[in-house]
Design a protein around this ligand. Structure first.
Ligand SMILES: [Mn+2]
Length: 266
């Protein structure tokens, strides 16, 4: 029987004594050399250093066309601060969901041709936000890459699954029962997701599992989208400094480059 049979219980409840087990035991059991302390002796453990993450991942994009002028700054490692004025009140409300549940900080100002309708402004905000996400993620080293979430909002239930794969793909399957929420054309939800996924180089699936109310369905989708992005962009402590791909690359650099060439202000 080990010498430690006499003192095990005191070890269990007094972790601070673990550093000096022989001192405690020697008071009760005078030992004669040699005594093996191999098995119960706690090994000397150096606490692991906290992982060194890069500083906050931010991106600023300014994009100007004949239809819209948009400037935004995104911080993927933020706290949920949302300072946006898109000119489209319902889209402001949805971007607030994105920030709050994704823990992004977003500053955005948009001036668009709203006298026509919301289409160009809505789509170009999706484009610009997607570009900002891609820029902030850079080579995607250390991120989880995949994200998913199912968000309820009362009777509505929407699932979002995404992958920062470097390939732009959007499967959109919301069935919104009314043409408008407030003044917002609900067809624009699809346009927003397509524009964002395409420019963030993201594979995106938006699936409606239940829902009756248009506002609820759309808002549930943005909440699920926010949480799925948050999951995907957060760091995997087992992935530090490596790109989460068997191919070794998750960025279509040529696509990003062609965008910046076609839009010199971006
Ligand atoms: Mn709402």
């Amino acid at each position: 029987m080990s010498i430690f049979a006499f003192c095990t219980s005191s070890f269990l409840h007094t972790p601070s004594r673990l550093a000096h087990p022989t001192h405690i035991c020697n008071r009760h059991v005078p030992h004669t050399a040699p005594i093996s302390l191999s098995s119960p002796s706690p090994p000397h453990v150096t606490p692991p250093s906290p992982p060194t993450f890069p500083p906050s991942r931010t991106a600023t994009i300014t994009r100007t066309t004949n239809e819209t002028a948009i400037t935004l700054t995104l911080n993927l490692d933020g706290t949920g601060i949302c300072d946006v004025h898109t000119g489209i009140p319902f889209l402001d409300h949805m971007l607030a969901q994105l920030c709050s549940h994704g823990l992004f900080d977003l500053y955005l100002r948009a001036k668009g041709d709203l006298w026509i309708d919301d289409h160009h402004t809505n789509e170009d905000i999706g484009i610009t936000l997607g570009m900002a996400i891609a820029k902030a993620l850079s080579n995607k080293k250390g991120i989880r890459r995949f994200g998913h979430f199912v968000a309820p909002l009362d009777e509505s239930l929407v699932e979002v699954v995404l992958d920062f794969s470097g390939r732009a793909h959007c499967e959109y399957a919301l069935q919104i029962p009314t043409q408008r929420v407030g003044t917002y054309d609900t067809q624009l939800v699809r346009e927003f997701y397509h524009a964002l996924a395409g420019n963030a180089q993201m594979t995106l699936h938006v699936v409606q599992r239940a829902g009756l109310n248009s506002h609820h369905i759309i808002e549930a989708s943005f909440k699920a989208f926010a949480r799925a992005i948050r999951m995907a962009v957060e760091f995997d402590p087992r992935r530090l400094d490596t790109i989460p791909s068997s191919k070794g690359v998750l960025t279509d650099a040529a696509a990003l480059d062609s965008k910046s060439k076609s839009n010199p202000t971006a």
